[in-house]
Write a protein that binds this ligand. Structure first.
Ligand SMILES: Nc1nc2c(c(=O)[nH]1)N[C@H]1C(S)=C(S)[C@@H](COP(=O)(O)OP(=O)(O)OC[C@H]3O[C@@H](n4cnc5c(=O)[nH]c(N)nc54)[C@H](O)[C@@H]3O)O[C@H]1N2
Ligand SMILES: Nc1nc2c(c(=O)[nH]1)N[C@H]1C(S)=C(S)[C@@H](COP(=O)(O)OP(=O)(O)OC[C@H]3O[C@@H](n4cnc5c(=O)[nH]c(N)nc54)[C@H](O)[C@@H]3O)O[C@H]1N2
Ligand SMILES: [Mo]
Length: 767
């Protein structure tokens, strides 16, 4: 048995225990006060029966079928030798580039890949495609696309979403009241992109509660706040947070509690928001009574909450999920407006922030130094789409659309190559995507596992996992740099992305441009060295590479005093201007107003969503389905491993239902139900939960898509992938973000025999 130095995964750092070339266990990272349960899943995943052992090609594709309407997923795969796979891929990339131009190669490849920063699949792929003439990429992300497109217009930065945000230690020391839209979720705090050495979110919530900070969980789900927070629960109808904030704003203006001095000094356009709130614009005063009708929260509680915020040191934070919804820009903009009315922005521990609930490391002090990362190569083609407009791009090549003030046209994608992401997990309305998928000539997928994406590809390239290669773990939200040493032999014929992509680059005549004449070991030294140099410039002395590799981990000490967002600006807004056109917080944006978008006007407003419990569609589909991040995996990663498998109900992904909603449909705990709407249907296993607002159902994302009839878009997913149900529309013409959270469904008891789940076994291969 060998015990190795620490290794990194997005879900935490750990030590690998290896016997005879097999990972037999993992130990939590010594410095971690709260190691995530997910670590237990790693050995299963690494040694899963679904590992891809060699390259494979879809039978029809080998026979010359280049799309033309063939839905993928229904045909057997033919194993091929690596040298054949490399030639097929290189020839196809060259052909599409020559016939249709490089923008027809879609290499956006959105996804989390794995924690090692050199063998980061998406970055490696994009380096290869850049070296080989260019590709169409993806802009923004599924996490907070609407927010990150909006915030630069409003406060001149995305730090308020991505961090550094208001620090927990300041919240504990200075805040008395903390409003948490979407709660605070240690479940989500298991994760940090690039790996997490210390998990601290749960500890901070507890400390805040003990210090007497009154925590309020504003969410449709009571369980969005840990018990240790002793929080009040303010159940809110999904998609109506903007209405609640408007109702609170009404109290502030009507009762003279709004901080007019702050508004005048630090913001622009606040009068317009006030007029809108008071009803001067559309004749509708956004009173607490009005807000109560939309949100389901009693008017008296809205009044009391607004008064409490105005009279105590208050921090308001919202989960990123709030903007992953129709018109998702509005709750984020309105939260900034409400915080400005309270006038506490720039005070330690007060004001507003986003994502304290969303990921480990948010609100935790860290030296602001660049993490270790593999730089990209310049893409010779200026072609990209907003991240979530994937299906629309395939449906409407050349079609025009709006994004953040620009009129753009979709490229004519012919070839898609995905490495390190899973669109058949992450994208909305998967049946629509699968129909559009059929228009593509070629789909190449690099994956360690036969997940749903690999099964819907033409050419499948088997990748190693992090434990099969040397790498460096480093995250922008964590203070550890980890030497991720190879601990296992490579699985079967799986190869590292860098190695087989160098061979593909060679076949395309661009090997040296791709590798920059370095091998993997040299790259690790170079990347670490760059980070060390940058740290030194920032006053931090990191050991040299050999000492680092020997030690296995470097901890970069956090600064004594963290930054207080907006403190300098608020002290002297004339001298310290924000990076907005006015230099102030823009509660009204001339720029956005100038775009003329009816779905995102010049100041925050209430839009009744098309899909929510207050709309007409709720008569047909009376349950609002929230598709949250899974406690049991990272997105679709680790779904085939024990923590996720143990959570399933008769093999199906759980759906949480209010006992009354279940009883009204004759459904009991442990039943299997069909969850459906006009877009699709899946099976799910029932867990009753009286901590839900009535009419709200919750499922986690990431169960591997398992169509009852593979190759037939629209067929029942027998396992419970939520994205056969969600809608694929942009948040607005401004952000064009995903709107997954605006989703209505119906459920019914499944009476038939239970179809088998096959997606956790390898697919059928051609003889
Ligand atoms: N309905 C709904 N949908 C959502 C969301 C939601 O809230 N609701 N959330 C959205 C959000 S915020 C996000 S970020 C996305 C996440 O979407 P993704 O990031 O696409 O999800 P992952 O499952 O993490 O995909 C990573 C893939 O990389 C593969 N991989 C890991 N290591 C390697 C490697 O070394 N090489 C290669 N080639 N592959 C590797 C994994 O097996 C996995 O298939 O989902 C989005 N989708
Ligand atoms: N364990 C685990 N952790 C993760 C991930 C994972 O896959 N697994 N993914 C990571 C990633 S990529 C991201 S981007 C973050 C995402 O972080 P978030 O976006 O914060 O996470 P979600 O789980 O989508 O949503 C948080 C909560 O918001 C509540 N909510 C949903 N809609 C509404 C609404 O309209 N109003 C209110 N008030 N509340 C609402 C839901 O009940 C949900 O539990 O999580 C990260 N953390
Ligand atoms: Mo995300």
């Amino acid at each position: 048995m060998t015990e190795l130095t620490p290794h990194a995964a997005h879900w935490g750092a750990f030590t690998a225990v290896v016997t005879d070339g097999r990972l037999v266990g993992v130990r939590p990272f010594p410095g971690d006060p709260n190691p995530p349960a997910l670590l237990a899943s790693i050995p299963d995943a690494v040694h899963a029966p679904t590992r891809i052992d060699r390259p494979h090609v879809r039978r029809g594709w080998l026979d010359g079928d280049r799309g033309g309407g063939t839905p993928r997923g229904g045909e057997a795969f033919v194993p091929v030798a690596w040298e054949d796979a490399i030639r097929l891929v290189a020839d196809e990339v060259a052909r599409v580039r020559a016939e249709h131009g490089p923008a027809s190669i879609f290499g956006g490849s959105y996804g989390w890949s794995s924690a090692g920063r050199f063998h980061h699949a998406r970055t490696q792929l994009q380096r290869l495609l850049s070296a080989a003439g260019g590709y169409t990429g993806q802009l923004t992300n599924y996490s907070y696309a609407a927010g990150m497109t909006l915030m630069p217009h409003v406060v001149g930065t995305n730090d308020v979403i991505a961090g550094p945000v208001v620090e927990w230690r300041d919240i504990v020391a200075h805040a008395r009241l903390m409003l948490c839209f979407g709660g605070i979720l240690p479940r989500n705090g298991q994760i940090t992109a690039g790996g997490a050495g210390r998990h601290e979110m749960a500890g901070w919530v507890e400390r805040a509660a003990r210090a007497g900070v009154r925590l309020v969980n504003i969410s449709p789900v009571r369980g969005d706040m840990p018990d240790s927070a002793s929080a009040e629960w303010l159940p809110i109808r999904p998609g109506t947070d903007t209405a609640l904030m408007l109702g609170m704003a009404h109290v502030l203006f009507a009762e003279g509690l709004a901080d007019r001095a702050f508004l005048a000094r630090c913001t622009t356009g606040w009068e317009r928001v006030r007029d809108y709130v008071l009803g001067a614009v559309d004749g509708v005063a956004k009173t607490p009574v009005w807000a109560a009708a939309e949100t389901g929260i009693p008017a008296e509680r809205i009044v009391a909450l607004a008064r409490d915020c105005a009279t105590q040191p208050t921090i308001m934070t919202a989960a990123w999920s709030l903007q992953r919804a129709e018109r998702g820009e509005q709750p984020f903009w309105m939260l900034v407006a409400l915080a400005a009315m309270l006038g506490q922005i720039g005070r330690p521990g007060c004001g507003f922030g986003f994502g304290h609930a969303s990921m480990n490391g948010m609100g935790i002090a860290r030296a602001e130094l660049p993490s270790v990362s593999l730089p990209g190569l310049p893409n010779p083609v200026q072609s990209w789409i907003p991240v979530a407009r994937l299906t629309e791009m395939l449906e409407r090549p050349g079609g025009e659309y709006d994004y953040n003030g620009r009129r753009l046209a979709y490229p004519d994608a012919r070839l898609v190559w995905w490495a390190g992401g899973n669109p058949l997990h992450h994208h909305q309305d998967l049946n629509r995507l699968l129909r559009a998928w059929a228009r593509l000539e070629t789909i190449i997928v690099s994956e360690p596992w036969w997940n749903s994406l690999a099964r819907h590809a033409d050419i499948v390239l088997p990748a190693t996992t992090t434990l099969e290669r040397d790498d460096i773990g480093s995250a922008a939200r964590d203070r550890f740099v980890l030497a991720m040493k190879r601990a296992l032999p490579r699985y079967a014929q799986a190869r590292d992305e860098f190695d087989y992509m160098a061979d593909i680059a060679d076949a395309l005549g661009v090997r040296e441009r791709f590798t920059q004449q370095r091998d993997a070991a040299t790259w690790l030294r170079v990347l670490y060295g760059r980070s060390r140099d940058a740290a030194l410039r920032g006053g931090v002395d990191m050991p040299d590479f050999d000492a680092f590799w020997q030690a296995g981990a470097v901890e970069i000490p956090p600064p004594e005093r963290g930054a207080v967002p907006f403190a300098a600006f608020v002290r002297d807004p004339e001298a310290v201007k924000l990076n907005t056109p006015s230099g102030r917080i823009e509660l009204y944006s001339e720029t956005i107003a100038g775009f003329g978008y009816d779905d995102c006007p010049g100041h925050p407003v209430w839009f009744a969503p098309r899909e929510y419990l207050g709309g007409a569609l709720a008569e047909q589909y009376p349950l609002h389905l929230l598709t949250s991040q899974p406690a049991t995996r990272l997105h679709s990663q680790l779904d085939q491993a024990r923590v996720s498998l143990e959570s399933k109900v008769r093999g199906r992904e759980p759906i949480r239902l209010h006992p009354d909603d279940a009883a009204a449909r004759g459904i009991a705990e442990g039943d299997v139900v069909r969850v459906f709407n006009d877009r699709g249907a899946c099976l799910a296993g029932v867990r009753l939960d009286d901590g839900l607002l009535r009419g709200v159902a919750v499922m986690s994302t990431g169960a591997w898509l398992d169509p009852e009839q593979p190759g037939v878009p629209g067929s029942l997913c027998v396992h419970g992938n939520v994205n056969v149900l969600t809608q694929d529309v942009g948040t607005s013409r401004l952000g064009q973000g995903p709107s997954a959270q605006s989703c209505l469904v119906q459920v019914a008891r499944w009476e038939g025999t239970l179809p088998e789940i096959t997606v956790h076994r390898p697919p059928e291969l051609a003889a």
